[in-house]
Write a protein that binds this ligand. Structure first.
Ligand code: G1P
Length: 297
């Protein structure tokens, strides 16, 4: 299928991160780090791997540390160069963006995820685009967004990342109503944002989307949904009615909910153990901690 290439990604980062207070009092939650990389860096690296060339941040008051993070730091670079710390210089390079490839737009009022994406409409224009929620960190051999771009190239429709969750967790997610299950892909016949009861399935939307620009037209209407917010889920669901081209994609990989403390800790352990420079020491430590805890019980 011939589709327009996906080159733009929207990162909704306007949330206040209250679940992590006081840590997030003066630091955006997207700067909180798993081992030594901020959550936002994981999202950017995944986007780059998927061929994204333009990065659109939807921010809010108190998020300027994010802009500084992606800026060059001449003093730091000069000092690392002078002391021959080439490896660190290289790592620092991953935080730099090509000129004009990163843009920030403010969401002035916290009206929901759909509204946040709508705030970026002029920067998105009339092309397909990705949305990435940095709270959802996904460890995968092939980066999740890259898997989704491939799925999008096959279908040409809207593609949302999907994962089975236990029934009692369905009320925390957008949930898919499945018309046809094709294995990795499902054709979606409806979507419900955070169903309080009777979820249509256990297949939950995870924070990676590839969307067609028509979704923005629906968001223009500013209709509110669950929790009184303008929901992205509802705008995507409307595409089912108008063009029947919404797919859920069961990505391959492990997702960590870094919007919750437990998920953040789990990701920290997993990413720590995945690091060659930390694995031995860290796994010994974990073994000892678990053994000591068992003894104490
Ligand atoms: C958002 C979406 C929801 C999705 C979830 C994935 O909810 O609205 O549909 O399932 O992200 O993490 P939030 O967790 O921001 O409330």
């Amino acid at each position: 299928m011939s589709t327009k290439k996906v080159t733009k990604a929207v990162f909704p980062v306007a949330g206040m991160g209250t679940r992590f207070l006081p840590a997030t009092k003066s630091v955006p939650k997207e700067i909180l780090s798993l081992v030594d990389r901020p959550l936002i860096q994981y999202a950017i690296d995944e986007a780059r791997a998927a061929g994204i060339e333009e990065f659109i941040f939807v921010t809010s008051r108190g998020k300027s540390a994010l802009e500084d993070y992606f800026d060059v730091s001449p003093t730091l670079e000069a000092s690392l160069k002078a002391s021959g710390k080439d490896e660190l210089l290289q790592i620092l390079g991953t935080t730099n963006m090509d000129d004009g490839r990163i843009a920030y737009v403010r969401q002035h009022r916290a009206l929901g995820l759909g509204h946040a994406v709508w705030c970026a409409r002029r920067l998105i224009g009339d092309e397909p685009f990705a949305v990435m929620l940095p709270d959802d960190v996904i460890a995968a051999d092939k980066p999740c967004l890259q898997q989704m771009v491939e799925a999008y190239e096959e279908t040409g429709g809207n593609v949302v990342a999907a994962m089975e969750v236990p029934t009692e967790r369905t009320k925390s997610y957008g949930i898919l109503d499945v018309a046809e299950d094709m294995g990795d892909m499902v054709r979606v016949k409806a979507m419900v944002e955070k169903p309080k009861s009777n979820p249509p399935s256990n297949l939950a939307v995870i924070g990676r989307y590839i969307l067609t620009p028509e979704v923005l037209n629906t968001l223009d209407r500013q209709e509110t949904g669950a929790g009184g917010e303008i929901q992205l889920t509802d705008a995507i669901a409307r595409e089912i009615e108008t063009s029947n081209n919404v797919y859920g994609f069961r990505f391959k990989g492990q997702r960590y909910d870094c919007g919750s403390k437990a998920g953040f800790l789990q990701a920290t352990v997993a990413f720590g153990l995945a690091r060659d420079d930390l694995r031995d020491e860290f796994s010994h430590f974990l073994t000892d901690v678990v053994a000591a805890q068992k003894l104490a019980q």
